[in-house]
Design a protein around this ligand. Structure first.
Ligand code: ADP
Length: 593
């Protein structure tokens, strides 16, 4: 129940409405008592007293009461639903916030995003039905139950005790007989299993049966089984058949007892006829709220699991947290130092990055090269602090990434990945995603630098063209240019670039390259390199293998070493190599850019 108490806390901001709703609920449920009251008054004050004036008065009274009841019912439904929906709404926002803010990348990276989404929406839905459906039923029916019991006790407490004792006895009998029926039905099922086993055995083993001339034997076995079946079925039928008369009899005993004692009180003048009839009406109806309360209770129990999962998700401790004394990272120059960095995603014996040390100077362009799975993406993720290193340190300028706030860190690091997601919205919005407070002029300037203008101008709606899920779909090269414009607008000191592996057509390629050249200038960049031009241009190539830095240097130096890089160069970049001239051995870096 503790999670329900916690739910209640969410309703606290809406206490006023909640209380008003509950008041209405008390009124509406109370009005359920009108019927027995009418019975009483009509009997005693109209029928017995033969009073026409009273009849008129009561008729008008009933109408007025029902109008009042209408207001109560409306208020109860509207206000309580309002609070319930609002709580769910707040929870959903909080859950989403906790998911996008506090969950680390690791949480989303196991290819279960679909499951994740249904998990969130399912649990929220169970919660909603628990709060606004079952929860409300539970409260309302409990109140009605309390009212009914109280009214019965008020009318005649000895008779009430009789009802309260005989009711449970009948319920107990029903339960006991119910169990017996269940057991018998299970036996019927078992016997049926046995029955089909014999049938199957005989049919599939018919060769043996016939060759041993065991037809009669099998028939006998079969008949024995059908007899057992028959007996089991009849046993279940008997138990079922006995239920109704027994329950009816017990109930009748109770009713007769109530009628007998009640009528005696009426005859002896201790109870008015109206009181007695009202009492009867109440006791006959008593089983309804009991049934509904227990049904609602069962539903609430079911929802408990969903509730716990939601709160579990909310209480989750993020893997990557700001240190309590984290400072804002001031504007940096872009120096990145890896100092014996080791990182693994979980399996301690297979670090994705092992003892990695390297110093990157501000403004350098670093090409990350290595076989697939070598750790290039991981290294880039560490710079963003999507994960925390297990040992060693990673410094941006002289700040350990763990000592600064994630927000201030990520504001100075940008990523352009091969798979650019465009959010639903206009192209303009998608570029402005890079810096929400950018002016329109700045957005346009970024778009110009990234060669986005070239295609935007061809759309009739220009920047206002809708893209994303429900909008127009852009080509791979166009999407990349939007992503580059976004990064230009963000203007980070450090840039991580995951180059596309799939080839674009020459024109797209040229424009993307031109856009990238604009973006890279003056920033420290880590490029997960798939293009020849990148490795030729890079100030330093870091060659990774199984998470280790195995070679580093410039293209020609590395090529001369004849190690892993040379091998990779000849395999990974072979296709592209045939169409491009290699830089000359004596070419200066300036020429290569
Ligand atoms: P690269 O980018 O060089 O292809 P990665 O950095 O993606 O290599 O991967 C390095 C190693 O870490 C691989 O062995 C890969 O299987 C593992 N790895 C990558 N991402 C995850 C992850 N989210 N969870 C667990 N292991 C991962």
């Amino acid at each position: 129940m503790s999670s329900y108490l916690r739910l209640l806390k969410y309703a606290r901001p809406y206490t006023g409405r909640l209380l008003a709703g509950l008041l209405c609920l008390l009124g509406a449920s109370g009005s359920q008592m009108i019927l027995p009251y009418i019975i009483k008054v009509v009997t005693d004050d109209v029928l017995v007293a033969r009073d026409m004036q009273m009849l008129n008065f009561i008729s008008v009274g009933i109408l007025v009461l029902f109008i009042l009841r209408g207001f109560f019912v409306y208020g109860q439904q509207y206000l309580l639903e309002w609070v319930g929906q609002k709580v769910v709404f707040d929870l959903r926002n909080e859950l989403f916030g906790s998911m996008v803010r506090r969950r680390g990348l690791a949480y989303f990276e196991h290819g279960r995003t679909g499951g994740l989404m249904s998990y969130y929406s399912n649990d929220i839905n169970t919660l909603r039905s628990a709060i606004t459906g079952a929860g409300m039923d539970f409260v309302r029916e409990s109140v009605i139950l309390v009212y009914s019991v109280a009214y019965m006790l008020y009318l005649d407490w000895t008779l009430s005790l009789l009802v309260f004792v005989s009711g449970p006895i009948v319920a107990l009998a029903v339960r006991k007989l119910g169990r017996k029926i269940k057991r018998a039905s299970r036996q019927v099922l078992d016997q049926l299993h046995e029955f089909s086993a014999i049938l199957q055995e005989t049919i599939s083993g018919i060769r043996q049966v016939k060759s041993f001339v065991r037809e009669d034997y099998e028939l006998e076995r079969f008949e024995r089984q059908t007899t057992k079946n028959f007996r089991a079925t009849m046993k279940a039928t008997r138990a079922g058949a006995v239920l109704t008369p027994v329950v009816e009899f017990l109930a009748t005993v109770g009713v007769v007892a109530i009628i007998w004692f009640g009528s005696r009180s009426v005859v002896e003048g201790q109870l008015s006829a109206g009181d007695f009839l009202a009492f009867m009406a109440l006791s006959i109806n008593l089983s309804n709220p009991i049934k509904r309360v227990s049904r609602a209770y069962a539903k609430i129990q079911e929802a408990q699991a969903g509730c716990e999962r939601v709160f579990g998700a909310l209480d989750f401790e993020p893997e990557v947290k700001d240190a309590p004394d984290a400072v804002e990272l001031p504007p940096i120059t872009g120096r990145v130092r890896f100092d014996h960095v080791t990182f693994c995603y979980g399996h301690e014996d297979h670090p994705a990055i092992r003892d990695f040390s390297h110093l990157v100077q501000p403004g350098q362009m670093v090409a990350l090269v290595g076989p697939s799975g070598a750790g290039k993406t991981t290294l880039a993720n560490l710079v963003m602090r999507f994960y925390d290193v297990q040992s060693g340190h990673l410094y941006l300028d002289d700040f350990d990434v763990r000592a600064v706030t994630q927000k201030s860190l990520r504001e100075q690091v940008g990523i352009v990945s091969q798979e650019t997601l465009l959010f639903s919205g206009t192209i303009f919005d998608n570029i402005r995603y890079g810096r929400l407070e950018a002016t329109e002029e700045e957005v346009r300037a970024a778009a110009r630098s990234a060669h986005v203008m070239e295609f935007v101008e061809q759309f009739p709606e220009g920047f206002d063209t809708l893209v994303g899920e429900r909008g127009m779909s852009l080509s791979g090269g166009q999407r990349q240019r939007v992503a580059i414009a976004r990064a230009i607008l963000k203007d980070p000191r450090i840039l991580i670039l995951d180059e596309a592996t799939s080839a674009l057509d020459t024109e797209s390629e040229r424009l993307v390259q031109a856009a990238l050249d604009q973006l890279l200038v003056g920033r420290t960049s880590f490029v997960i390199a798939h293009r020849l031009s990148t490795i030729f241009k890079a100030d330093v190539i870091l060659v990774l293998d199984h998470g280790r830095l195995v070679e580093h240097g410039r293209h020609l130096e590395l090529l001369e070493q004849g190690g892993l890089y040379a091998r990779l160069y000849h395999t990974q970049f072979r296709d592209e190599r045939s169409s491009r001239p290699e830089p000359r051995a004596d070419a200066s870096s300036a020429e290569m850019r």
